[in-house]
Write a protein of this length. Sequence first.
Length: 91
Amino acid sequence: MELASSNYIETIGFIAAFLTTAAFLPQVFKTWKTKDVSGLSFSMLLMFFVGVFLWLVYGYYKESPSMIMANTITLGSAFLLIYFKITYRKK
């Protein structure tokens, strides 16, 4: 029963991972297309990036494929937004 329960929980994790990661991607795409970063807070992006990195480390140590997958993709997305914030800022 423990294995079935573990697989069920990981399935829930993958669904949550898909939804939360997918929800973040439109912001990355919109920022890339419009090059408008005025609504993005640099400090929020940095805190988010560090938080997602720590979730990735946590997922690695918990051996949770859903956490590793979601946080790897979200870390890349957060990195892109930080890159856009630096690159597209008004000088």
